[in-house]
Design a protein around this ligand. Structure first.
Ligand SMILES: [Zn+2]
Ligand SMILES: [Zn+2]
Length: 237
């Protein structure tokens, strides 16, 4: 029956009008136009490395400014096609994009996952959640956890106070703005003690927010903290 439904209703490419058969999400042209990160990315922030990179190498920025988490992966660079998809997912009520994009993220995150990994999204403050109606990172996290059969705790972290939008701020301003704004939800503390945590977010810019989340998990006793994001902004941070 599902097969039949697919024949009758072929899927539409996520970014153009092209009809596609597979569950890949994009037509071949849009796929090749999307800046997916392949080969060996920085093992911590996920950006593509130039030159002869090997598995586990770090970019210059992560070597000189160690991040608060252990390892990280990103599906694509934040630009062009990738940027417009992320923005539609985030602000355009396109929750359906969580399905294909969450699958891409699950693939990208695979090297970071152990059988006892706990998946948790970066939280939104309730007011922003109320306005946007959904937390795009939570939708992605749900999909990643489902595909890898991992424990998923959408409410592991919370943001008791609203922070200003970080757009346009320097790395230092971002760090100062989010410092101390993210907490572990005490009812879930026992579930992450001694276990690896995988944090999920849509976009990694300077990593200020993910850094706060990682610190909160560590303080609560997580064995390790890795991060997986849909898109990595590739500029010096
Ligand atoms: Zn297309
Ligand atoms: Zn890096």
């Amino acid at each position: 029956m599902q097969r039949l439904a697919k024949l009758i209703y072929p899927a539409q490419c996520l970014t153009c009008d092209e009809m596609i058969e597979a569950e890949r999400g994009l037509c071949p042209k849009c796929w090749s136009d999307t800046p997916f990160i392949v080969d060996h990315p920085c093992d911590c922030c996920g950006r593509p490395l130039v030159g002869d990179a090997e598995e586990g190498d770090l970019c210059d920025d992560c070597r000189s400014h160690p991040k608060a988490w252990d390892r990280g992966r990103a599906v694509m660079l934040y630009g062009g096609n990738a940027r417009s998809m992320v923005l539609r997912f985030k602000h355009g009520d396109r929750t359906d994009l969580a399905h294909p994009m969450g699958s891409w993220l699950a693939d990208a995150a695979e090297p970071l996952i152990k059988s006892d990994t706990v998946v948790a999204p970066v939280p939104l403050h309730w007011f922003r959640l109320f306005r946007r109606r959904y937390n795009q990172s939570a939708l992605l996290g749900h999909r990643v956890a489902k595909l890898h059969r991992l424990d998923y705790i959408p409410g592991l972290l919370k943001r008791p106070s609203a922070t200003r939008k970080l757009d346009g701020m320097t790395a230092e301003q971002r760090r100062d703005t989010v410092a101390g704004t993210i907490r572990i939800n005490s009812v879930h503390v026992e579930r992450i003690k001694g276990r690896p945590v995988l944090l999920i977010d849509d976009v990694l810019t300077t990593g200020a927010t993910l850094g706060e989340c990682a610190q909160a998990c560590r303080k609560a006793g997580a064995a390790s903290v890795n991060v997986a994001v849909l898109a990595r902004v590739d500029r010096e941070t």
